[in-house]
Design a protein around this ligand. Structure first.
Ligand code: ADP
Ligand code: GN1
Ligand code: MG
Length: 353
């Protein structure tokens, strides 16, 4: 606590700290809630092993949040935008002596995040929030943003990493996962579709969020969405990355690390509700071909996140935060089971759109 207090004190905005406590269930950054005599803040240690260019990333967030604030000003929406505060150095982060990057941002009061959808309404509202996010940013110059993680959703890059890991088998785990490896390879070629459309110029790069999981949109007690958070991966991407990654978590009937795979499936009602909300915002900006591949994007993003969990398992848990040795394998199995559920319901998913 003393150490964290010293860090927070480097941000002039924050006065009279009462408590600092770990917060949220993100897999990447270290997140704390800061209570002061008069306010609340979020303190985060940005994972700089993963985000190699924290300065570029911070620039992205400052530009995008300022743009979004302007867009929202004067509208009657409940949506808010997180605000970053400057450290005493004048930068939007503080570098400690160990080379860590710390930042402080506004706490979205009265907010909660879900890990599982509880009803259609939440899926619909989540779809609208992420749809509105992309729509508002459709007027933002995409080439002014840096890639905060190179090739983040590039399937060729992810498959290449996976195959290298399988070959090297650094943690001695490959022998036990033949079924998962087979699952990946059977679908690998098909999954290149979006990348190919992009390379052929058939779909445009937009400013996308790229991490549209359910707990990255905050709701209030009345069930309204109030803020899209976790802006570290806002960068150029295809619309399919946002739609697909959201469907992956908004429609799953089980948690991302459920051990009982019989509980895992895609709830088609949540799919419909999310898609309805998302398209109500984005249909005016999306092309026919972008819309056409939205159902497929759900399979792609679920597959690609499963592939990343599996690769991290093979590499010995070097990327995601884990709580036990098989955690990443459990997560990968959940994603792959969900892909199968989507495959079974695919004609209905296409029919809906
Ligand atoms: P990670 O990259 O590790 O997922 P996030 O930025 O998503 O980090 O933060 C982790 C969790 O902390 C979120 O899921 C959310 O519950 C909570 N959180 C983050 N930022 C805020 C905020 N500004 N206001 C309220 N809660 C927040
Ligand atoms: C990570 O940061 P968080 O927990 O919201 C990851 C996403 C994965 C997700 C899987 C920067 O998201 O890409 O989809 O875990 N973020 C990064 O839950 O790798
Ligand atoms: Mg997050």
């Amino acid at each position: 606590m003393e150490k964290l207090k010293n860090i927070v004190n480097r941000f002039p905005e924050v006065k009279n700290v009462i408590s600092i406590t770990p917060f949220g269930s993100g897999h990447i950054n270290d997140t704390y809630k800061v209570e002061t005599a008069s306010n609340r803040y979020i303190l985060q240690r940005v994972n700089h092993q993963i985000f190699k260019n924290v300065e570029g990333l911070t620039d992205n967030i400052v530009k995008v949040t300022q743009f979004l604030s302007q867009q929202l000003a004067g509208t009657d929406t409940d949506m808010q935008v997180v605000e970053l505060f400057k450290a005493d150095s004048g930068k939007y982060f503080f570098n400690d002596e160990d080379g860590n990057y710390w930042r402080v941002m506004s706490f979205i009061n009265g907010s909660k995040s879900y890990d599982l959808v509880e009803n259609d309404e939440i899926a619909y509202k989540g779809g609208k929030a992420y749809g509105q996010f992309v729509k508002m940013l459709s007027g933002f110059p995409v080439d002014t943003l840096v890639d905060t993680i190179l090739d983040f959703h590039n399937i060729d890059f992810r498959l290449d990493n996976f195959r290298k890991a399988v070959k090297a088998d650094p943690a001695g785990r490959v022998g036990a996962i033949p079924d998962e490896i087979k699952f990946v390879e059977e679908r690998a070629d098909d999954m290149r579709k979006i990348l190919i459309l992009g390379k052929d110029g058939e779909i445009p790069l937009r400013v996308t969020h790229n991490d549209t999981k359910i707990n990255n949109v905050l709701f209030n007690d009345a069930g309204e969405t109030i803020c899209v958070i976790d802006l570290d991966t806002v960068m150029p991407g295809y619309i399919h990355y946002d739609f697909g990654d959201a469907i992956r978590t908004f429609t799953n009937t089980a948690n991302e690390d459920e051990k009982d795979l019989s509980k895992v499936s895609m709830n088609i009602e949540y799919y419909k509700a999310f898609a309805k909300g998302f398209l109500s915002e984005t249909k005016s900006v999306l092309s026919e071909i972008e819309v056409k591949y939205l159902p497929f994007s759900a399979r792609l993003m679920t597959y690609i996140i499963g592939l990343r969990f599996l690769t991290d398992y093979i590499e010995g848990d070097v990327y995601y935060k884990t709580k036990y040795p098989e955690h990443n394998l459990t997560r990968a199995k959940v994603q792959f089971r969900l892909v199968e559920s989507m495959e079974k319901q695919f004609s209905e998913m296409e029919g809906v759109l």
